[in-house]
Design a binder for this molecule. Structure first.
Ligand code: SF4
Length: 369
């Protein structure tokens, strides 16, 4: 028996546990006013729920994040700081008003709508000045392009609301037309947020007329700019939504007076903490409809070959556990699954197995729902 030196758990496990404990403690801590610039692109109903919780009409529903997601969000701040250092190299520019708090309008209650800009790009020529927000993004595999980053940039070329500046940037003349054309995209929230700052007296007094989302790809340090002209129409839309929420939500039930900006199947609803309230009977297939690549496991109990598969899986799992080769049984299982046109299966104890088609041949692997 090997005596493992050090803590009984791996450092990674210990850290995950502490991260989750801290996240739990933070839930009880300071609550941010939900009607802020960074929420400008969010669903009105979601914001109404958040606002009702903020003023104490109901309990706050928290999004449960896994420790790696908490770390990923925190890493974003460091990347944004790094990007700011790089941006200092821009010729003719200096970074001004970093984290400057600006106010945009006053709510009927007298509360001031305010937020802080990442930075302004300052130039001697007022036409060159901009409000900028840095957004770190991740990449993932895309079947057609290899990289989702490249795929998204390619998609811009087909959009009538976007004009190419060069290989590393696009311009949007009318953000409202862009939002209508792009559908669900993180850029909607980014642009709506910066557009709020563009309409603050602080920014307008300084003659700034455009905003820019500076995207930084954390996997490879590639970058890209999405520039847009300030839109008073978009600003007024967000302002009207926020004022409606503050004016109408006086009891917990009033949240239903605020319309839903999304429907079941939208990505926004998939991970929204209020989804059980909006769509209590939704199935997983309906919830994740916007992720078409997702394969769903078939419950073994719902299959015609259930008994044969159960009899094959029992020794297969046993053989895997004791380290013996399970190859023969594995092949038999895959044959039966394919006979029933099933690539992913959920056993009675909820474990999921999936046939993976590799260059070296098909393999049966443990999988997730
Ligand atoms: S589930 Fe969808 S519609 Fe309901 S609040 Fe959340 S984002 Fe809005």
């Amino acid at each position: 028996m090997v005596h493992i030196l050090g803590p009984t758990k791996s450092l990674a496990s210990l850290l995950d546990e502490e991260t989750l404990k801290k996240a739990e403690a933070d839930k009880e801590g300071h609550q941010f006013f939900p009607l802020r610039p960074s929420s400008a692109g969010y669903c009105g109903r979601k914001l109404a729920h958040d606002y009702a919780a903020y003023i104490g009409l109901k309990a706050k529903v928290h999004e449960d994040r896994k420790p790696n997601i908490i770390r990923l969000l925190s890493l974003g701040h460091s990347i944004e700081y790094h990007a700011l250092q790089q941006l200092k190299l821009l010729p003719g520019y200096r970074l001004a008003f970093k984290q400057q708090v600006v106010s945009m309008f006053t709510f009927p209650s007298g509360k001031i709508m305010e937020g802080s800009v990442d930075a302004c790009l300052w130039h001697d020529d007022p036409d060159m000045r901009a409000v900028m927000d840095i957004k770190s993004v991740g990449d993932r595999f895309s079947k057609s392009f290899g990289s989702a980053w490249d795929e998204e940039i390619e998609s811009f070329s087909k959009m009538s609301s976007m004009t190419k500046i060069d290989d590393y940037g696009y311009y949007i003349e009318d953000p409202v037309a862009f939002i209508a054309e792009v559908g669900e995209s993180p850029l909607v929230a980014n642009i709506a947020q910066i557009n709020m700052y563009l309409h603050s007296p602080f920014i307008q007094e300084r003659g700034i007329k455009w905003g820019t989302v500076y995207r930084y790809l954390k996997n490879s340090s590639k970058h890209f700019e999405i520039r847009f002209k300030a839109s008073p129409t978009l600003f007024n839309k967000v302002k009207a939504k926020y004022i409606a929420i503050e004016s109408l939500v006086k009891t917990a039930n009033d949240v239903y007076k605020i319309k839903q900006d999304h429907i079941l199947g939208d990505k926004a609803c998939s991970y929204c903490p209020y989804r059980p309230d909006c769509y209590p009977d939704a199935t997983k297939k309906e919830i994740y409809a916007s992720y078409p690549g997702k394969k769903w496991a078939t419950r073994v109990s719902e299959m015609e070959g259930a008994d044969e598969l159960r009899q094959l899986f029992a020794p297969y799992i046993q053989a895997s556990l004791i380290g013996k080769s399970a190859t023969v049984i594995e092949k038999q299982i895959m044959v039966v699954m394919q006979e029933h046109s099933v690539d992913k299966i959920k056993l009675d104890d909820n474990t999921v197995y999936e046939i993976k088609y590799l260059k070296s041949g098909a393999e049966l692997r443990r999988s997730k729902e």
